[in-house]
Ligand binder design. Structure first.
Ligand SMILES: [Zn+2]
Length: 113
């Protein structure tokens, strides 16, 4: 389960940022998780419960924001919705689509006290 190491990195970054800002506690964390990324939000939440204890983020609320898939179709010359990785263009049905959104896993923001 690679979500465990992802979540460990997230907690590490969040706690380091909180420490640098002199925070006593992390109140909330918001993550952007693309629907086309190979990351399962339920698994992330599960791993979060496992890794947050004893850290500055021990009481933090985790919110997962899902980012829809999008790509640039070379044939249509525009951004189109993308249902899956390397999937067809929703406009012309061809496969010359470069994924531009939906693959991310990033910390959108966090609140500290
Ligand atoms: Zn197209």
């Amino acid at each position: 389960m690679h979500e465990m190491s992802l979540m460990e990195s997230v907690i590490e970054i969040v706690c380091e940022t909180a420490r640098l800002n002199g925070a006593r506690q992390v109140k909330s964390i918001r993550l952007d998780v693309g629907v086309l990324s190979h990351v399962d939000p339920d698994a992330l939440l599960f791993c979060y419960e496992a890794v947050r204890h004893g850290t500055l983020a021990g009481q933090a609320n985790l919110e997962i924001n899902r980012i829809a898939g999008e790509g640039w179709c070379l044939d249509c010359g525009k951004t189109v919705a993308l249902q899956k990785r390397f999937g067809p263009c929703s406009g012309c049905g061809r496969h010359r689509v470069q994924m531009t959104a939906g693959d991310e896993l990033k910390i959108r923001d966090m609140e500290v006290i």
